[in-house]
Design a protein around this ligand. Structure first.
Ligand SMILES: Cc1cc2nc3c(=O)[nH]c(=O)nc-3n(C[C@H](O)[C@H](O)[C@H](O)COP(=O)(O)OP(=O)(O)OC[C@H]3O[C@@H](n4cnc5c(N)ncnc54)[C@H](O)[C@@H]3O)c2cc1C
Length: 440
């Protein structure tokens, strides 16, 4: 079969790209699962709706905000972030660096003095790609590094902070002033700073409502078609079903590693560069609880090693349509080094669930009479693409090589980046534009 444009993956990158291609252009989207959405999928279980862990819409780009608001017209709720950090047996407000109020005095002193020292020191830069470790010490000082930035990020990324660059920080790490840090040490201030101070979430059907709206009346979606082999020279993609398509342009939102793995005849350097890309995996445990919890929080970060999870969120506080009346629901996220989660069997996953539930009791999230009425687990792999010192050079070279062969590797995993739903929609838009231009 011939198709001018083949799109691999019906996540929100692939769907938005297809939506914006001219109808005169013959394209097909091929997705290995039996539903659209990729990571933006939602399952229904015992009356609860569970996303593949918390998926909250942070909409900063005007064009994308308009698109999402149009697609989910009348279904989108705006929320003011209510997020926390749990450390030293204390809940403090997010972001940690601007809210140490309530922590042991010794910890507050270490954090505040360290911050002032860092901001007032005049240290010459070392040049080259900035390392995350150095960036944190320069911006936040030793106390905040020790009590949150290093511990939390090592837990999340699963690698020592000295192996991470600071490229991914962008909007993700709020950068307060000395005045904000001092005030946040003296007072319990609820002023919200940072990129996710407000967010949106769909009232109905979980985050699945977004890909469903993108896919509504969109022709050319083929489910349960897993791409398994790619001939970049003859421009042929083969699927597990036996289907073979000769394309002119290929859009792939698959992981860059997976795409390169399935491609034949690539130069050895490209194969080696893809093999060097690192990632972590996330076990997402979702639980339904009875009776309803009293907390109004959205999510809590856990930097300390003694708790298995790095973050726990309240799914039921996102929409009351996410759970039956009189119940609550939570999402729990635990990070693993690449490969170790994929290898975990059912028994090992259950052990991790039990350990997490007992930790949730220790930190007071599961309140005294709480009963777990349903449990669901998702393995997400890859979950976070690791920004080590080789990542950017390798990703750029692989994607440039593929582009010369008519392949656009895009989206969170195609571009091998730390990004959000908003960025995935933008990848879809800009890729459709590039394809349109290439046919002019
Ligand atoms: C733990 C976690 C939490 C997150 N939380 C948020 C959040 O709160 N807010 C936010 O904005 N973003 C969040 N994100 C990011 C968000 O999930 C992504 O940015 C977005 O979903 C990426 O969409 P995509 O289409 O690029 O990729 P994907 O959703 O990964 O889509 C790729 C598609 O390709 C399919 N596929 C894979 N292999 C094949 C194959 N061989 N053949 C055919 N199809 C294939 C997959 O099944 C999938 O449907 C989070 C991500 C993670 C991991």
């Amino acid at each position: 079969m011939n198709k001018p444009v083949v799109i691999l993956g019906a996540g929100i990158t692939g769907l938005n790209c297809a939506r914006l291609l001219p109808r005169s252009l013959d394209y097909g989207i091929y997705e290995k699962e039996n539903s659209v959405g990729g990571l933006c999928r939602t399952v229904s279980q015992d009356g609860f709706l569970f996303d593949y862990t918390g998926h909250l819409l942070h909409l900063k780009k005007p064009g994308i905000k308009k698109l999402v608001k149009t697609l989910l017209h009348g279904q989108l709720s705006a929320h003011h972030r209510n997020s926390w950090i749990y450390s030293h047996q204390t809940y403090t407000r997010y972001p940690f660096q601007a809210n140490t109020y309530g922590l042991p005095e010794k910890v507050i002193k270490e954090c505040v003095l360290g911050f002032i020292e860092a901001r007032t020191a005049s240290r010459p830069g070392q040049g080259g790609t900035p390392g995350f470790e150095e960036w944190v010490l320069r911006h936040f000082g030793r106390g905040i590094a020790r009590h949150f930035m290093f511990s939390y990020n090592e837990k999340l990324w699963t690698v020592p902070v000295k192996e991470l660059t600071a490229e991914w920080l962008g909007p993700y790490v709020p950068d307060p002033t000395i005045a904000e840090v001092v005030t946040g040490a003296l007072l319990d201030q609820s002023r919200r700073v940072g990129y996710n101070a407000n967010f949106y979430y769909p009232e109905y059907n979980g985050i699945q409502s977004l890909p469903d709206a993108l896919a509504h009346k969109l022709p050319g979606i083929h489910l349960q078609e897993k791409a398994v082999q790619l001939n970049v020279h003859d421009r042929i993609v083969k699927f597990e079903s036996g289907l073979e398509i000769k394309y002119d342009r290929l859009v792939s939102s698959l992981s860059l590693k997976e795409l390169v793995n399935m491609a034949e005849g690539l130069p050895l350097t490209v194969k080696q560069q893809a093999a060097a890309l690192r990632y972590n995996e996330v076990l997402n445990i979702n639980v339904g609880i009875k009776p309803a919890l009293t907390a109004a929080k959205h999510w809590v970060y856990f930097p300390e090693k003694k708790y298995p999870f790095y973050r726990v969120g309240y799914t039921s506080n996102l929409s009351h349509h996410n759970h039956p009346a009189g119940t609550s629901s939570l999402y729990i996220e635990i990070a693993y080094r690449a490969g170790s989660l994929a290898r975990m069997n059912r028994h090992q996953v259950n052990r991790q669930v039990n350990e997490s539930l007992s930790s949730l009791r220790q930190v007071g999230i599961l309140e005294h009479p709480s009963r777990i009425v349903t449990v669901n687990t998702f393995k997400i792999s890859p979950a976070y693409c690791i920004y080590d010192f080789n990542r950017t050079r390798n990703v750029t070279m692989i994607r440039d090589f593929l582009k010369k062969k008519g392949i656009y590797s895009v989206g969170r995993y195609g571009a091998w980046e730390y990004s959000a739903m908003e960025d995935a929609l933008e990848w879809g838009r800009s890729t459709a534009e590039m394809i349109k231009k290439s046919y002019r």
